[in-house]
Write a protein that binds this ligand. Structure first.
Ligand code: FAD
Length: 302
C-alpha cells in the first residue's frame, strides 16, 4: 500500500507528490492526463519568478521534477471510486484497486464550453477562459464576455480596465450577478450589456474577429466585431466520481480545511477541485503542498 496516493496530475497533484515523496514515504500519483489544464494553456505570464512560459513546457518540468523522486506515476488512468475501509481504496476505470493510508484528490476542473462554432477552433486564438491570465493580451482591443453571472460580470469589470471595450452577452433576460457587481458594471463607460441573447458563433480567420448572437425576443441576428471572447459560464470541478463519499459544496467543490483535509479522515484535497476562492496554477501548487504536509501530519499521528 501507499502512504500517500495522489489522484490527479496537474500542478496541485504534482506539487503534492513532490512534497510527500520528499518525506521519504511511499507515494503514487494517478492521472487521467498528466499536466491537466496546463497542457491546454499557451502563454503563462503569472507563474511567479518565470516571466513567460508555455503550458506544455511547464508540464515537462513538472514531470521531470516529480520523476526526480521515487514516485510511482500511473498516467492515462482514471479513478472511478473511493472508499474508506481499514485503508483507503481507490478503484480505477481499468478495474485495478489501489490501497493507501492517505489520499490527496487533485482532479482539477474544466471550463464549461458554450459549444458554438468557432469556440474550439479559436481557443488560445482569441477565445479565452481566464481574465487574470489572458486579460493583458487584449490591451486596447474589443472583447466580449459570454455569461452574466458573478464570474462573467467580475471578468467584464476586470477587463474594462485593460481593454478598449467589453460587450457582455447574457442568455437570460437579466444578469444573474450580485447587485453590487451589476451597479459597478453599469457605471463603466466602456461596457455594453446585451441580455436575452444567445451566442450562435465566434467568427474569425486565423484568429477571432467577431461574435454573432441571436436576440431571443425578436429572433434577429447581430454581429459584433471584436478580437477576444471570454467564456464565463462556469468552472466545473472534476468530482462527480466521488458521489457522496465526502462533503462537497453545491457547485461540487470538495470542502477542505486549512490543512487541506476533507471530512473523511485521511483524505485530503487540493487545487481547482476544492472550494478554494481562486483557481490559478500558483494557488494550486500551494494547496498541493499544504495537502501533502497535512497528510504527512496525519500519518505521524495515526
Ligand atoms: P488540473 O490542472 O485541472 O489537473 C487535474 C488533473 O486531474 C489532471 O491530471 C487530470 O487528468 C486529472 N483527473 C481528473 N479527473 C480524474 C480522475 N477521475 N482520475 C484520475 N485523474 C483525473 N492559471 C494560471 O495561473 N495562469 C494561466 O495563465 C492560466 N491559463 C489558463 C488557460 C486555460 C486555457 C485554462 C483552461 C486554465 C488556465 N489557468 C491558468 C488555470 C490553471 O490551469 C488551473 O488553475 C490549474 O491547472 C489547476 O490545477 P489542478 O492541479 O488543481 O487541476
Amino acid at each position: 500500500p501507499y502512504d500517500v496516493l495522489v489522484v490527479g496530475g496537474g500542478p496541485a497533484g504534482s506539487s503534492a507528490a513532490i512534497y510527500a515523496a520528499r518525506k521519504g514515504i511511499r507515494t503514487g500519483i494517478v492521472a487521467d492526463r498528466f499536466g491537466g489544464q496546463v497542457m491546454d494553456t499557451l502563454g503563462i505570464e503569472n507563474f511567479i519568478s518565470v516571466k513567460h512560459t508555455e503550458g506544455p513546457k511547464l508540464v515537462a518540468s513538472l514531470e521531470e521534477h516529480v520523476k526526480e523522486y521515487g514516485v510511482d506515476i500511473m498516467n492515462l488512468q482514471r479513478a472511478k471510486r473511493l472508499e474508506k475501509k481499514d485503508m483507503i481504496e481507490l478503484e480505477l476505470e481499468n478495474g485495478a484497486v489501489l490501497k493507501s493510508k492517505t489520499v490527496i484528490i487533485s482532479t482539477g476542473a474544466r471550463w464549461r464550453n458554450v459549444n458554438v462554432p468557432g469556440e474550439a477552433e479559436f481557443k488560445n486564438k482569441g477565445v479565452a477562459y481566464c481574465p487574470h491570465c489572458d486579460g493583458p493580451l487584449f490591451e486596447g482591443k474589443d472583447v466580449a464576455v459570454i455569461g452574466g453571472g458573478n464570474s462573467g460580470v467580475e471578468a467584464a469589470i476586470d477587463l474594462a480596465g485593460i481593454v478598449k471595450h467589453v460587450t457582455v452577452i447574457e442568455f437570460n433576460p437579466e444578469l444573474k450577478a450580485d447587485q453590487v457587481l451589476q451597479d459597478r458594471l453599469h457605471s463603466l463607460p466602456n461596457v455594453t450589456v446585451v441580455t436575452n441573447a444567445q451566442t450562435s458563433e465566434i467568427t474569425g480567420t486565423d484568429k477571432v474577429n467577431g461574435i454573432t448572437y441571436i436576440d431571443r425576443a425578436t429572433g434577429e441576428e447581430h454581429h459584433v466585431e471584436l478580437q477576444g471572447v471570454f467564456v464565463q459560464i462556469g468552472l466545473v470541478p472534476n468530482t462527480e466520481w466521488l458521489g457522496d463519499t465526502l462533503e462537497r459544496t453545491r457547485f461540487g467543490e470538495i470542502v477542505v480545511d486549512k490543512h487541506g483535509a476533507t471530512d473523511l479522515p485521511g483524505v485530503f484535497a487540493a487545487g481547482d477541485c476544492t472550494d478554494s476562492a481562486y483557481k490559478q496554477i500558483i494557488i494550486s501548487m500551494g494547496s498541493g503542498a499544504t495537502a501533502a504536509l497535512g497528510a504527512f501530519d496525519y500519518l505521524i499521528r495515526n
